[in-house]
Design a protein around this ligand. Structure first.
Ligand code: C5P
Length: 418
């Protein structure tokens, strides 16, 4: 595919080198169009060497080829990363004072812009109004990440990681042809205006200040579900036990135990349209949490020698968060509830048999059944799942696919239910 990588003059221009690499390695034909100030951060030679193509910034080079029209017209995708406050303002007002802005006016393909700047500039009403204008015209604006900025300060304004931007580009290219300024918004952002809650990771149930009962869930599937929902326009709360980076624009609530997760989910679910329970919630927790580390030897036996026997740990049941959500729903059956189930086949039935029984038992709308065991699912980047729907005999098979692709399939099913 023909991709135009526009680079505006911000320090994050260096991250666009990695994005360029990812795009070319994926087989795309990338033309880099930096602004004049972008070249003060990363020079023309770097862009030319990495893209394998000549680089222009002004409309006066190779005039016989009419580059200011041709580059935009031929593009399958234009991505601007970083998009500075100045570039957003020029694009929003339709200016055409350099090659990148003329490309933006002539392009009829999907356009992605990733703003990056200081928090004050990003939050200024002028910048926000420009972003709204561009979004209304169908530009996919990727919200900036929060974190350390160029100086000592931190806040929203960081360019999201190149891999994340690459994923957005990949999805836009897949979605394809609808022009950026006509009917794309609804088609490209099917979850726009929806509030969704996603849980991720395995809960940790403490035994003492040092030890916990846990499980092998990596949280990758939950984080991918949150990223895809955000890219499709949803307002996302991600309740997670893991430290994995969250996609830009996703509100993260960090928790550790099942009880903390329950509290966070019930709070966030109050005005949610969808809750996706991808977390591996521990069914049991230790009945008591020791205030101090449990010692290898404890007390002393009848003969005065230290007692080296293993302590007994008694467990109590954790609440089933998903079942609680389903039970608390009113007549409108909102929110849509999606469960995940890790299953293995055994003598009493196949993975699908167990999945169907669980869907009936839990009463949720969708159950995504993961086949686990023999190196599958946990911590890997690929996954094979069966998506089951309440009241339907059909099974949607997805995979082997990346966790992002699985997420896309799950959100497609959910979008049908909304
Ligand atoms: O019953 P099982 O643990 O296999 O069900 C898995 C589904 O139920 C997952 O969606 C998981 O997040 C959810 N669950 C829950 N609370 C629990 C146990 C599981 O919400 N205590």
């Amino acid at each position: 595919m023909k991709v135009v990588l526009g680079v505006a003059g911000g320090i994050a221009a260096y991250k666009a080198c990695t994005l360029l690499r990812l795009l070319t390695e994926a087989g795309h034909d990338v033309t880099v169009v930096p602004t004049a100030s972008a070249l003060r951060f990363v020079g023309e030679a770097t862009w030319a060497a990495l893209s394998g193509r000549p680089v222009h910034t002004d409309v006066w080079s190779d005039i016989t080829e009419v580059p200011h029209v041709r580059i935009g017209q031929e593009a399958d995708l234009v991505v601007v990363a970083p998009a500075t406050a100045d570039l957003l303002a020029r694009a929003a007002t339709g200016q055409a004072d350099d090659l990148l802005t003329t490309v933006l006016l002539t392009a009829r393909c999907p356009v992605v812009m990733a703003p990056a700047m200081h928090t004050e500039m990003y939050e200024h009403p002028a910048t926000q109004a420009n972003i709204s204008t561009l979004t209304e015209r169908g530009v996919h604006v990727v919200p900036p990440a929060s974190g350390r900025l160029t100086g000592k300060d931190s806040g929203p304004g960081r360019l999201p990681e190149p891999q994340e931007l690459f994923e957005v580009c990949r999805r836009e290219l897949e979605r394809g042809a609808a022009p950026a300024h006509t009917d794309r918004p609804a088609a490209a952002r099917p979850l726009a205006g929806r509030r969704v809650v996603v849980t991720a990771g395995g809960t940790r149930e403490p035994l003492d200040p040092v030890r916990y009962l846990g499980n092998r869930s990596s949280g990758k599937q939950g984080h991918a579900l949150a990223a895809v929902a955000a890219a499709r326009g949803a307002q996302v709360v991600l309740v997670t036990t893991v430290e994995l980076a969250a996609s830009a624009g996703v509100e993260v609530v960090s928790v550790e135990t099942a009880l903390e997760m329950e509290h966070a989910v019930l709070q966030a679910a109050q005005d949610a349209d969808v809750v996706v329970m991808a977390a591996a919630v521990a069914d049991f927790r230790p009945a008591e949490v020791a205030a101090h580390k449990i010692k290898k030897t404890h007390g002393s036996g009848t003969d005065g020698a230290p007692d080296t026997s293993a302590p007994d740990v008694s467990l109590v049941r954790n609440p089933d968060i998903l079942a609680g959500l389903v039970a608390a729903r009113g007549e409108d059956s909102a929110p849509v509830v999606v469960g995940f189930a890790a299953e293995t086949g055994d003598d009493s039935g196949t993975v699908l048999d167990h999945g169907r029984a669980k869907l009936a038992r839990k009463g949720c709308d969708v159950l995504v059944v993961n086949e686990v065991g023999s190196g599958r699912a946990f911590g890997t980047d690929d996954n094979t799942v069966h998506v089951l729907r309440q009241g339907s005999e059909d099974t949607l098979e997805v995979g082997p696919a990346t966790k992002t692709e699985v997420s896309e399939a799950v959100w497609d099913v959910v979008a049908d239910l909304l």
